[in-house]
Ligand binder design. Structure first.
Ligand code: NAD
Length: 263
């Protein structure tokens, strides 16, 4: 497997300014993996971070890292994203304590894989509730703030939402649903200057894919045109583009970041 590029604070600060200085960015699923990398990238851009995971304490390390990278403020928050009421209360808390969100990244997600005939109704419902309804909950709760600031929403979907995947009918449906949500909200909020986009990552090195095991990961990497699994930072850089000056005239799109897997 070839080595991914190494990103650090020095390379980021030399390649751009703090275009989110003092603006509030809310990132769900920020305790680890892709969500943590996104929070860190937005911290480098000067954002005040609301880092959300199932339990606030799981975001403590992310918050420390964001502060060290120059975030003017960073807060750890815990919620089950599938709870509409709890999400509304959390967003209200963020508005009061950090300010009105300008960036919303709907990244929290989980898998409950099983072949169709063996999948339980509970596992189907749970994956849809967290991955799809969770994003709708946050989008609705933060919409007024985002409209006031002509903000940005980024939904983290998956290539599986485009291609489908055996054993992931629940997950693929949730990720395809996110693309419909993205395009619909993009149309609804465009007149208020809000840009809404999705990113479809391919295979990215995180706890979610660590379940595969080394041998399966190697085999998978060899089937990817760029011959390697991606890094969380590479997804964070795609978010960086969409929430930055480059993304100002981009809305309703799906940016595929997969090393050519879908080709
Ligand atoms: P991860 O399992 O490492 O992290 C998931 C995050 O979501 C954690 O912070 C967790 O606390 C949070 N979360 C899960 N359920 C939640 C709930 N009910 N309420 C609140 N928070 C909850 O996952 P990751 O690999 O970093 O993936 C992040 C996102 O990217 C997910 O939406 C995933 O579907 C998507 N994605 C990942 C890959 C990959 O290869 N890793 C590929 C495509 C898409």
């Amino acid at each position: 497997m070839s080595t991914p590029p190494v990103l650090n604070s020095a390379s980021a600060s030399s390649s751009g300014e703090r275009f989110l200085e003092g603006k509030v960015a809310l990132v769900t699923g920020a305790s680890r993996g892709i969500g943590r990398a996104i929070a860190e990238r937005l911290a480098l851009r000067g954002a005040k971070l609301a880092c959300v995971a199932t339990h606030a304490k799981n975001c403590a390390e992310t918050v420390d890292r964001c502060r060290a990278l120059g975030a003017p403020a960073a807060q750890a928050l815990g919620v089950d994203v599938s709870s509409t009421q709890a999400v509304a209360e959390l967003v209200e808390q963020v508005q009061k304590e950090l300010g009105e969100p300008y960036v919303l990244v709907n990244n929290a997600g989980l898998t409950r894989d099983q072949l169709l005939l063996r999948m339980s109704e509970e596992d189907f419902d749970r994956v849809i509730a967290v991955n799809l309804k969770g994003a709708w909950n946050f989008t609705r709760a933060a919409a007024r703030s985002l409209m006031k600031g002509r903000g940005r929403i980024v939904n983290i979907s998956s290539v599986v939402g485009l291609m489908g995947n055996a054993g992931q009918s629940n997950y693929a449906a949730s990720k395809a649903g996110l693309l419909g949500l993205t395009r619909s909200v993009a149309k609804e909020l465009a007149s208020r200057g809000v840009c809404v986009n999705a990113i479809a990552p391919g295979f990215i090195q995180t706890d979610m894919t660590a379940k595969l095991g080394e041998a399966a990961a190697q085999e998978l990497a060899s089937s990817i045109p760029l011959k390697r699994i991606g890094t969380p930072e590479e997804i964070a850089l795609a978010v960086d583009y969409l929430v930055g000056p480059g993304g100002a005239y981009v809305t309703g799109q799906t940016l595929v970041v997969d090393g050519g897997l879908c080709l």
